[in-house]
Structures are given as structure tokens and as C-alpha cells.
Design a protein around this ligand. Sequence first.
Ligand SMILES: Cc1ncc(COP(=O)(O)O)c(C=O)c1O
Length: 354
Amino acid sequence: MIDLRSDTVTRPTPDMRRAMAEAPLGDDVYGEDPTVNALEQRTAELLGKQAALFMPSGTMTNQVALRSHTEGGDAILTDINAHIFRLESGAPGGISGLMIRPLMGRNGIFGAEDVAAAARRPHRFMPATVAPLPKLVCLENTHNIGGGAIWPLESIRAVADVARAHDMPMHLDGARLWHACVATGIAEADYAAPFDSVSVCFSKGLGAPVGSALAGSAAFIARARRFRNMLAGAMRQAGVIAAGALYALEHHRARLAEDHAKARRLAAGLARLPGIAIDPEDVPTNIVRFRVTAMEAGDFAERCHAAGVFMLPGGPDVLRAVTHLDVSERDIDQAIGTFYRICLSCGLSRVCIN
Ligand SMILES: Cc1ncc(COP(=O)(O)O)c(C=O)c1O
């Protein structure tokens, strides 16, 4: 089985398991777990923020951030395909009573002009009591549904300038910020600087089994701590899992470049197959999105699954394959071979494979 559904499917390595087994522990609700404290401190330091807070998932770090920044009835701005908007169970409305004003980005990346248009100042005939003004801008870097797209730092800064001019704080869903840093050479703290809060995940490309962190000012994190409790995210001897995250942070960031190379290899292989549309130049990190023209994406995914290659359908004709720690170059070549055989079995033959 070659599992390309997500980079969340990785298992802890033997060294990571050892670090988890040996981690010193305490009760984190009392702030006494030394491993959680070390992870939070290291995360805050890397992101150039005063404090960080460990939580079980990226959905929780995002939602605690939204709750901490806003009041019920507020509007927030996200890309139309943001994970916060599309894939978090309606939590902005369900938990925080927020209304999302989606922006039409390209691969998840919108412009300062989109924010300016959405944040227009109230007019006396259209007061903010009638049309709620957005109170928060959310970006996602890299962008999941956008095919692992990377936000250019200049574009982030331009958006942040507009957000500040309208008194809107900025939140970053940085579940895969590590990938953007490795691909561009830009430091985490530089990417994080324009934001008031940053969510990062250890359980995706970094390969830890569980965990995310929310970083920001000391005052913001103190407020977030209360909402984490409300959402039942306060844990006790959480150092067991924090140790896996800390290990991943120290040992698995640089190796993400290998996952990017595997994604490019997969894209190049796919581009040679008939019935598949992909621009191999358009794979900046570890997420490969491609179109199948010969059959429904769901059918293609089922056939691949039966042949031992797992992927996610991302729309009627779109599939997503993600490279990670637990797939090798050889697996990628095998997966391409499987796709080739499936294309042939559908009567497609224009193919050059070597
Ligand atoms: C961009 C992004 N943000 C947030 C999340 C949520 O993370 P979790 O699955 O830990 O809740 C994901 C999950 O894949 C994601 O891709």
C-alpha cells in the first residue's frame, strides 16, 4: 500500500517513539509538564512570538484563534478554499458565531485589493450595525486546496498593511508553514512577523503523531488558554505527545525538501500519462493536485485504491496526492506505474513512460 492521501498518515519513527517514551511529564493544566513547556517555548522562539500553546489539532488551534480574536456576529475574511472555511465542520459559525466573507483567491492566494474591497469603511447609509465589518483576516500558507501554494512574503505584507489600516488582526493557518520555509529559504519568524497569531501543525509533514500549536503575544495566548479549556483541549501529561512534536521540530524540518522533490517526481510522471492533466511546474511543495479527464475522479481513486495506491478525490475531476516521510522515491515510481496500468486498462494509450 502506498498512502498518498495526506501527510497526516505518517507513523512515528523509532527515534521519535524513543523520545516520547523517555519524555519527562507533569500535569499541563497546572503548567507543570516540562516537555509541553519546552515545545511551547521552542515553537514561540522559532515563530518570533512571545508565547505558544499546545493543542491536540490544527482545527483546534485555528478555532481557538478565531474565538480569541472576535465576538459572535463578527465577519472574518478567508480565501474561498481556506481550510478554516471549507474543512473545519462549520466551527467558525458553530463555535464562535462568525460569518465568513470568502475572498476569491487564486490557489488560495488573494490580494491586498481584495481585502481593501471587503473592508470598505461604513457609510452613513450602510452603517456597520447593518453590514458587519470584517474583524479578522486569515491566510493559509502553504495552501492545502491550493495545491501546496506558497504565499509570497511581499503579498502577505501588502495584505497586512491593509488589514492594519482597518484595525483587523491577522491570523495565519500555518499547518504547513514549514514547507513554505524550506521551499523559499524564508525563516519561520519572518513569515510569522505580519501576523498576530500563527497556528502550526506537527502532525502533517513533520511526521509527529499528534499536535499543533498556536503562537502570539503573551496576552493573546493567555486569552487563548481559556478558550482551549472551553473547547476541552486542555490535556494532562501531554508531554508524551509533545515529545513527538518536539522531536519532529528539531529533526524533520530540513528533510521536507525530499518530500518536495518526490512531489515533483510524481507530477512529472503524471504529466506523461494520457487522460491526466497536470502542470508539473505548478507543484511548489508536497501537494500534487491533478485532473483526470478519462473518468470520474472518485472512480479513478477507487481503481487506484484497489491496486494499492491511496489518494483523495478533491472534486468531480480532481485528485490529490501528498508526499511525506512514509513514502519513498521507489513508492512514487510504483504509484506512477499503477496509474499507467489503470490508464491503459481504460483504453488510453498515448503514453511515453521510461
Ligand atoms: C491547512 C490546514 N489547516 C488546518 C488543518 C487541520 O489540522 P487537524 O487535522 O490537525 O485538525 C489541516 C489538516 O489537514 C490543514 O491542511
